[in-house]
Design a protein around this ligand. Structure first.
Ligand SMILES: *Cc1c(COP(=O)(O)O)cnc(C)c1O
Length: 345
């Protein structure tokens, strides 16, 4: 089986897991006046994450959803409007901040342009006509097929938001795939946002965890929201130590995953009934296989029969995600199966 359902399937290596045995654990829930706990492994990871993103502080979360939720709730009061793009993970998948029983925020969606990048004109139109509390972007952009938002666009979004006094939060679950693909430093990219969430549990290969990086003052607010949501943990160094390993060993190798995705996309570009959606820039391929007359669920079922596990996304598409455990040989197998399925009709 070649399993391309998600990079969250990436398994921690023995070397990574062994870091847990040496981790200087403590109770991360017992905090000092700066909100820092007693688990030294957590503090070490938060310090590195802050340094890498050029922010004053970082906060460890059990999940990316909880990180995004805590950050967004810390910016807003119930009833306020938050800008998200029409295919954004926070809006279509997580939904917590917009849930009438939890976040109670109102989504205002902006368009993506023909390159699947945030449309500046549409953003401006919204900012001019409505009272907006927060603007959210996603980089890499998951449901559009791992689109990387380049620095020029990030800068333009930042300037636009500043003009209207609106803070910017970036869902950077796969930010390091973008950093590697664009050949930039994470801190250069994060200059243009007030806060950023990234996952260590995806392509970076750690078993659990996400970080939100921001100013020191804002980190205190985020810590309060994390506690409210039940995310204050105890000996969380068992999460932080593999995370530390991930940030120090696994960033550059994301280029291999990006390259496998690019290779597969190239091999699939001339198919009759199966179309690669958008431009493949990182480790995700979104496919439109509607030409085969199958629902995405049926298509994934047929792929599974042939030895390829993939997942429906966005009602009418399927997604392939490349990660450390997927070799070039696996990539070739996946390509062969998709080509075979394409010739069914
Ligand atoms: C995976 C993901 C998240 C959330 O991560 P979890 O740890 O699964 O909660 C947020 N945004 C994007 C774009 C993601 O792909």
């Amino acid at each position: 089986m070649v399993d391309l359902r998600s990079d969250t399937i990436s398994m921690p290596t023995r070397e990574m897991l062994e870091t847990i045995l040496e981790a200087k654990l403590g109770d991360d829930g017992r905090t000092d006046s700066k909100g820092r706990g007693e688990d030294l492994a957590v503090n070490e990871l938060e310090d590195l994450a802050a340094e890498m993103t050029g922010k004053e502080a970082a906060v460890l979360f059990p999940s990316g959803t909880q990180g995004n939720t805590s950050a967004i709730l810390a910016y807003c009061r119930p009833g306020q409007k938050v800008m998200v793009d029409e295919m954004q993970h926070i809006y279509l998948s997580e939904k917590v901040v917009f849930d009438p029983s939890i976040g109670q925020l109102e989504p205002v969606t902006y368009k993506l342009d023909q390159d699947n990048l945030p449309d500046l004109d549409d953003m401006r139109r919204i900012l001019e006509s409505q009272e907006i509390a927060l603007l959210c972007i996603e980089n890499t952009h998951n449901f559009s097929g791992g689109t990387c938002v380049p620095l020029e666009r990030m800068k333009a979004i930042h300037e636009l938001a500043k003009e209207f006094g609106v803070p910017v939060h970036m869902d950077g679950a796969r930010m390091f795939n973008a950093v590697v693909a664009l050949g930039v430093e994470a801190r250069e990219m994060c200059k243009y946002v007030d806060s950023v969430m990234f996952c260590i549990s995806k392509g970076l290969g750690a078993p659990i965890g996400s970080l939100v990086c921001c100013s020191e003052a804002f980190s205190m607010k985020i810590r309060d929201k994390r506690k409210l949501l039940g995310g204050a943990m105890r000996q969380a160094g068992v999460i932080a130590a593999p995370g530390m390993y991930a940030l120090t060993h696994n960033i550059e190798r994301l280029a291999e995953d990006n390259a496998n995705a690019a290779y597969a996309a190239e091999q699939l570009k001339d198919l009759k009934n199966t179309k690669v959606y958008g431009k493949v820039m990182s480790n995700i391929i979104v496919l439109d296989a509607n030409g085969l007359g199958l629902t995405p669920g049926e298509y994934c079922g047929k792929a599974a029969e042939k030895g390829l596990l993939i997942k429906p996304v966005l009602k009418d598409k399927v997604r392939l995600v490349f990660y450390r455990d997927i070799s070039r040989e696996d990539t070739e197998k996946a390509v062969a199966i998709i080509r075979e399925l394409d010739s069914l009709r």
